[in-house]
Design a protein around this ligand. Structure first.
Ligand SMILES: [Zn+2]
Length: 76
């Protein structure tokens, strides 16, 4: 399935800030080191924010659980 580009910067400032702070880096094996250069996309129904670890520069990925009762047809 193709990657669907989304615009991370369309999110409100508070959301953006928390996504940039709440990260998990596989390289550092630590949470919440922060990321830079975020890019958002949807792949196979999962919204993903991908950026670079602030500490080591490795790729950091945050997947958003489809919840919040938004009508996004996740059940399909
Ligand atoms: Zn890191």
């Amino acid at each position: 399935m193709d990657k669907i580009e989304r615009d991370f910067h369309q999110r409100d400032a508070e959301d953006q800030a928390s996504f940039l702070e709440q990260t998990w880096c596989n390289q550092c094996q630590k949470a919440d080191l922060g990321m830079v250069e975020p890019e958002e996309y949807e792949l196979e129904g999962i919204i993903t924010i991908e950026g670079k670890c602030k500490v080591c520069g490795d790729t950091v990925i945050t997947e958003l659980a489809p919840d919040d009762g938004e009508h996004d047809n996740w059940e399909d």
